[in-house]
Design a protein around this ligand. Sequence first.
Ligand SMILES: [Zn+2]
Ligand SMILES: [Zn+2]
Length: 321
Amino acid sequence: MILDRPGELRRHDVPEPAAGPGEVVIEVSACGVCRTDLQIVSGDLPAKREALVPGHQVVGRRTDTGERVGVAWLHWADGTCEYCQEGRENLCERAEFTGWTVNGGYADRLVAPADFIFPIPDRFGDLDAAPLLCAGIIGYRSLRLSGVQPGQRLGLFGFGSSAHLAIQVAVHWGCEVYVFSRSGAELELAHELGARWTGGYADAPPAPLHAAVTFAPAGSVVVQALAAVAPGGTVAINAIHLDGMPAFSYDLLWRERVLRSVANFTRSDAMEFLELASAIPIRPQIETFPLDQAPEALEALAAGRVHGSAVLIVGAPERGA
Ligand SMILES: [Zn+2]
Ligand SMILES: [Zn+2]
């Protein structure tokens, strides 16, 4: 499925991709649908190449060894810059990103560097594993950067693909989770997954939060999250692209509240998270679409009709152990 121009994602037959030095070809069986894909396809986040294949939550098999692997958002980092040398390859300025700067997984096959692919724990089937690869990993990084500690009150603002996985980690850590959304169906799923309390974005939680993560791509929600955290608390923004940041009173930030973005992930985040997801075990809630219905999947996501994570079925996905 190729993005011909903003808003036009179409099926094309193209030559098989070939692996360059250090790369492997992967036969795709499943690809998760992320809100970032929606932003790239709509043009809110401009594609970085012509005729782009989107998709960065890819599960498939190496054509050389048959090993089942996952490909995620970080396609490559140079390993030599200051950020990479300090273990912060998520900030590498030369980084390439799957389904944005290079072709992704809305396709039968894709190419990825052998050093930037991850074994998938046996517990997960191909379809269940797909949303772990961005929604899961970046949600996990967001939780860590929020600084939330076991037993503390954590707010999750927006409850889509990433938040429904993050809550399972937070509950496993013993946090009290407070979920904010304007969708009744999302709040219902939040309760099923162990939320202590649910409400709308503007509702005050029963007690100030120690930390919060925002998932909704709206600056207004970030401000609402700041208003709900206690002094010294952090709001971590899990989004590549926000509609904009409204002006807000400095009182909301005063008393050492921290507002920070979460950018990409490192390979150690990915490996740590996949191991933890298998140990908990996290149970992704998925809705599947055939590959050529990617536009319909994105439309469902835009309309808030996906509960949990949307996943494209590409080849013949296998079940987990
Ligand atoms: Zn993503
Ligand atoms: Zn670098």
